[in-house]
Structure formats: C-alpha cells, structure tokens
Design a protein around this ligand. Structure first.
Ligand SMILES: [Zn+2]
Length: 329
C-alpha cells in the first residue's frame, strides 16, 4: 500500500540516479513506465476510500509532474538521439522574396547617399498622383497610365512620384527623400509588365542642385548594384514633372553592348526615368524656382531584380512558386 514517505522518496531517488549518470531515457522507464511505483499507485487509486483519494490523488499528480520535469528528455543523454541512422531533423527556414530583397538593397544604397525614407498612402488623391505633377485631366500622359479609380475619385497610385506634393509640404529645403512601394496600373501583363509592381522614387530640392548631381547619384547607385564596370547613357525623354527629362540606360551586362536577346539586340537596357524638377512644381510649393532646383528619378524595383537575377520573365516574381524563388535569394 502506498504511503507519503515512500512516494516522496521517489523524487529523491530519481535525482540521485540522474546525478549518478543514468540516462533520462532509462530513468523515465524506471520512474514513469508501466512497472513504476507511480504507475502502480495510480492504478490503485480507484479502490481507495474517498478520504484516501482526496489525500493521495493530488500527491500522486504532483509527484508525477515533478518526475516529468526532472526527467525531461535530454537530447544529449537520450538513447533516441544516439541512433545515428535516424533521419536528421532539418528545419526549413524562410527567406526574403527577391523583390523585397532587391528593394531593401536599393533603399540601403540611397539611404547611404543621404536620402531619407518617406512614405505616403497607396490610395492617393487624384491631384497628388496627376494634377500636381502637371498631368492635367485631358493630358495624353494620363492615357499612358490606365488607372484604377475608387468610387470617390481617388486612385490607386500609378507612380511613387505621387509623394512629391506631400514631401514639399512636409520638408523644408534642402531635403532628399525616397519612397519605395507598390504602384498599380490597369495594364495587361507580359514578360516585362505587371499591373501591380514596385517602384522607388527619389526627390531632392536644394539651391545648388543640377543635372550633374542627378547623374552622380544614379551612376553611383548602379555601380553599387552591378559593379564598377557599369556603363550608362542618357537619352532625352518626356515626363511631365521634369524639364529636362531623361531615360538613363545601362549597357547590357550580358553582351557588353554588342546586342543579345536580353537587351532586344540594342546593347542597352532602359533602367531609370529621371530629370530636373519642373519649375512649376517648385513654384506651386511656394518656392522661388530661380533659387530652388530639384532632381527626381523613378526606378522599377522588379526591373532591377530581373537584371540582378538574370530573369527573362517578370511574372515569375509574382507566381508564388517557392522552388523558383528559392534559387534567387
Ligand atoms: Zn545584351
């Protein structure tokens, strides 16, 4: 028959066995297994009087819990861990999505160049996304950006450039800010176009900024991403919020300019849209355009990811195919 002392002694005895170097695996069998004192005592419990049950029930549970705690499976001493033929427990870790990875890299480079990260909403006023940036209601440039409208005349921003008005409102020149995030365009998707994509926009205003600064910043950015051999060229281009505006092309890394499939045989890749901030934008922020000048640029994050990972189809980035994505980052 069970008694308090012999039950309490189980813990003392288990402790000394453990200290003597017996494995937790063996001790669990001895103290908690089917032939153990505690197991037998539990079996006797139903035959006890109700007073005895009240005394021994909680005691048995407490001793069992203490033994469990004392004899927790110790990986170093358990027999199971000594079975070298058992399959390894390999934990699978997640990893950054290639788009996020690329975006973080880009933000990091511009941060080091002195640009502050500034965030604005993905649903924007029509004014911030278009009118303030000199894209009036009937301007043909709106046709180039087929847009998702909400029912109250707001838009899912078509460009991260939509942050310029808020930046001019919030910061006193001189300032330099970037914003990276999602933009939305109602366009049909193909190997180089997505309807929901990520952009990084840069915007700086100061008294002494000119095209040389713009070129220096962007050239530095590309060299940090793709190495010192990067070659670039600027072509005149039109964006309503800059004057002059330019496309910055990078010499194709694959063919070094001689022409291949990746660059459509031109030897060059369109990579960044940029320019000098239009005086009207500076003026509409209450600043004198004869004193203040700005630089602005916009970069497609997925386009950069495609170049970094040498991908042929931009849609692979949104297909959620882990086997493909795991190869990249
Ligand atoms: Zn090429």
């Amino acid at each position: 028959m069970m008694d308090n002392n012999s039950l309490n002694n189980l813990i003392i005895s288990a402790k000394s066995d453990l200290e003597a170097g017996q494995s937790t695996y063996d001790l669990r069998i001895k103290y908690l297994g089917k032939n153990s004192e505690i197991f037998k005592s539990f079996k006797l419990l139903p035959s006890l009087s109700s007073d005895e049950k009240k005394e021994f029930g909680p005691l048995l549970n407490s001793i069992k819990a203490n033994l469990e705690l004392l004899l927790q499976e110790d990986v170093k001493t358990s027999k199971i861990s000594q079975d070298y033929t058992a399959p390894l427990k390999v934990h699978k870790h997640g990893h950054s999505h290639p788009t996020d990875y690329t975006m973080a890299l880009m933000i990091n480079i511009f941060s080091k160049l002195g640009f502050k990260v500034f965030e604005t909403p993905e649903i924007e006023d029509e004014n911030d996304n278009f009118s303030f940036l000199r894209v009036a209601k009937d301007h043909p440039a709106r046709d180039m950006q087929d847009t998702f409208w909400t029912t109250d005349e707001k838009v899912l921003r078509t460009q991260t450039t939509a942050f310029q008005r808020r930046a001019l409102e919030q910061f006193k020149p001189p300032f330099a800010v970037i914003q990276a995030g999602k933009v939305f365009r109602a366009e049909s998707e193909d190997a180089t176009h997505l309807s929901e994509l990520n952009m990084l926009d840069g915007f700086a205003i100061g008294t002494d900024l000119n095209f040389t600064h713009l070129k220096g910043v962007l050239y530095n950015f590309l060299r940090q991403l793709f190495g010192n051999d990067v070659k670039v060229r600027f072509r005149p281009s039109f964006f309503p919020f800059v004057e002059p505006g330019a496309e910055m092309d990078m010499m194709c890394l694959k063919c070094k300019g001689s022409g291949c499939k990746a660059c459509g045989n031109s030897g060059w890749l369109e990579i960044i849209g940029c320019g000098i901030t239009h005086p009207e934008i500076i003026e509409s922020a209450g600043l004198d355009p004869n004193i203040y000048h700005g630089i602005a640029f916009g970069i497609g994050v997925e386009r950069i990811a495609m170049r970094m990972f040498e991908m042929d189809d931009i849609r692979e980035l949104v297909k959620n195919n882990p086997e493909f994505l795991e190869q990249l980052t």
